[in-house]
Design a protein around this ligand. Structure first.
Ligand code: HXC
Length: 276
């Protein structure tokens, strides 16, 4: 299915598409022939990103926390041409002890991750339903949307909500031609996320080493999965959350996975002691 024209004729909006993982996905979509629309808060960043993509790219600056701005942005997009695919990538997050969070800090993250994602998904969905057009939504969540995670409480709460939205609407809208899926990435360090989530580089090294594959994800690997997820040839997948984390969350979940700390020599010593 991975032919160069895989996404030809598909118009895709990527929120937060001006940088990081959003831009990596947008590039991959464009390389497979999609026509792109990038949304983000900073016009200049969007212009720089669009200049690096093939073909004509529509850019729309909008803070998705603002419901009215989202509605105006969607009107602007639809005036040019209706969307076929929405990729909910825009997010906000920072690591902090939960008891230190002010209500503004909670709102700053939930406003983007939960409310903004809902505004834009409902805005696209309403239009697709009214026009009888098929629609397709891919949301980028996280593995801790299912497990929860300390120190990133509002993000965990918001992303869990996005998973609930994905599963709810997959059923409610599936029969009317709209499918919704999600990718739950593990560690894919980007400039925007790293400075907010692991201010000390030593912490990144801990994260890398605890991954069963002993490495971080490459944005291109996420982009490849995103291409598969949105492609028309994958049209039977609906309401699914696909994990892409090198096995990181399972490493933390399996009770005896702590035995990874033992070397082969440790096991041999233990076997000799047992035989003796
Ligand atoms: C503690 C913080 C803080 C921090 C902000 N706040 N950053 N508190 N530690 N590092 C508090 C502020 O003190 C303020 O509360 C409130 O949050 C709002 O902060 P502002 O800076 O005014 O908000 P704003 O400019 O809107 O910024 C939103 C943001 C910011 C979410 C805080 O980080 C942002 O714009 N991020 C977008 C990009 C991003 O986060 N990328 C990472 C996504 S990674 P008070 O009470 O003082 O006014 C992701 C998944 C990760 O989502 C998966 C990893 C594996």
């Amino acid at each position: 299915m991975f032919q160069p024209n895989l996404l030809e004729g598909q118009r895709i909006l990527v929120t937060g598409g001006g940088s990081g993982l959003g831009f990596a996905m947008a590039s991959a979509f464009a390389n497979f022939g999609a026509s792109l629309c990038l949304m983000g808060r900073r016009q200049q960043k969007l212009e720089e990103a669009a200049a690096q993509l093939p073909g004509s790219v529509q850019i729309v600056s909008c803070d998705i926390r603002d419901a009215e701005a989202v509605e105006k942005a969607l009107e602007q997009i639809w005036r040019e041409s209706p969307l076929d695919i929405l990729v909910n990538n825009a997010a906000g997050n920072f690591a902090a002890p939960s008891e230190s969070l002010s209500h503004r800090a909670v709102d700053a993250v939930l406003g983007t991750v939960l409310h903004g994602t809902a505004y834009i998904t409902l805005g696209c969905g309403r239009r697709w339903l009214a026009e009888g057009r098929p629609g397709n939504v891919l949301s980028i969540v996280t593995t801790y949307a299912s497990t929860g995670s300390g120190w990133v409480l509002p993000s965990a709460m918001g992303k869990a909500g996005v998973v609930a939205m994905t599963r709810s609407l997959a059923v409610e809208w599936g029969g009317r031609g709209i499918r919704l899926n999600a990718i739950a990435p593990g560690p894919f360090p980007t400039e925007g996320a790293t400075e907010r989530l692991a201010p000390d580089p030593r912490l990144l090294e801990v994260m890398r080493k605890q991954n069963p594959l002993q490495r971080f994800g490459d944005p291109a690997e996420l982009a490849n999965l995103a291409v598969f997820m949105v492609a028309p040839q994958n049209s039977y997948m609906n309401g699914e959350v696909v994990t892409l984390d090198g096995g990181e969350w399972l490493q933390g979940a399996g009770e005896f996975n702590f035995l990874r700390a033992l070397s082969l020599e440790d096991w041999q010593r233990a076997a000799s002691a047992r035989k003796a």
